[in-house]
Design a protein around this ligand. Structure first.
Ligand code: FDP
Length: 281
């Protein structure tokens, strides 16, 4: 695992430079979910792939930007699913973006995720590593990632980040979100999953939701690259991650680009979600 972490750190330093100086324009390609790829998406993907291809303990990798799994070493132990530059359309307005990595054993499935990493590229570059037990944050300072703190959620927070558009929310979901606001929760939604979830983790708690909607009944966020890595992180930080009804890591993935409704948060908010969805979903 050390070598994977080292590769992610080195790739992140290159991606930071790319974000600072690279072309934020669109490419002519689409990824498998139909999003037009930005030149930054493709370039970040190439950087990460080149680092992972050098590792003997990696069996295969799959990127959100690519159609298929790439096999690397038949005898490798780890399978890595990654989103090279999540929220890349925010770079041109100079908001924070991030990379997300899920590290699996045996196959790409929620039950088999063993570690996760995300990197936030904001005013500072921070890397959060979850080894399946604890959640540790590192900050890029003078060219190296230094340990800053362990991350632990409180039982209840004060923030909420509600994804998608109200037009497409089901009435019970809207009532739940309104209920949190009526209880004094503050809106914190940048449109970048990585900084939005990072904020809730560092401010002690709250709720990030990307539900099933009338236009996207299976949600928008991808299980392997986005949902499962953050689910592991939130669970190990003392919170929960659910699909509305149960632990999101118990979902069976049938295709590498499958999506799922998802809710990440501290215990109080997630228990409320489970209660509302049990009675309505
Ligand atoms: P984006 O499409 O800009 O890449 O990964 C998808 C994502 O961003 C997340 O980072 C973000 O949380 C979400 O989509 C935002 O979607 P909505 O605008 O539908 O809320």
């Amino acid at each position: 695992m050390e070598s994977i972490l080292k590769a992610i750190k080195e790739a992140s330093i290159e991606i930071k430079q790319l974000i600072e100086t690279g072309d934020t324009g669109k490419s002519t390609n689409q990824n498998s979910t139909g999003d037009t790829q930005l030149k930054l998406d493709i370039a970040s993907d190439e950087i990460i792939e080149s680092y992972f291809k050098k590792l003997t303990n990696v069996k295969s990798i799959v990127s959100e930007e690519q159609e298929n799994i790439i096999d690397i070493n038949e005898n490798g132990t780890y399978l890595i699913a990654y989103d090279p530059l999540d929220g890349s359309s925010l770079v041109d307005v100079n908001l924070s973006v991030g990379s997300i990595y899920g590290i699996y054993k045996n196959d790409f499935n929620g039950q088999n995720i063993v570690a996760s990493v995300y990197v936030v590229f904001g005013p500072r570059v921070e890397l959060v590593y979850c080894d399946g037990k604890t959640v540790k944050m590192y900050r890029l300072q003078n060219g190296s990632f230094n340990y800053i703190q362990d991350i632990k959620l409180q039982e209840k927070g004060k923030l909420q980040a509600p994804g998608s558009t109200q037009q497409c929310w089901y009435p019970y979901h809207k009532a739940m979100i309104d209920g949190f606001f009526n209880d004094g929760y503050r809106l914190r939604y940048s449109g970048g999953m990585v900084p939005d979830l990072h904020q809730i983790l560092l401010k002690g708690g709250g709720l990030f939701s990307y539900p099933s909607t009338s236009d996207l009944p299976k949600g928008k966020l991808r299980q392997l690259f986005e949902v499962f890595p953050f689910a592991l992180t939130y669970k190990c930080a003392g919170g929960q991650a659910v699909n509305g009804f149960s632990d999101v890591l118990n979902i069976q993935t049938t295709h590498i680009h499958d999506t799922s409704p998802c809710f990440f948060g501290s215990n109080y908010e997630i228990n409320k979600v489970l209660e509302v969805y049990k009675n309505n979903g």
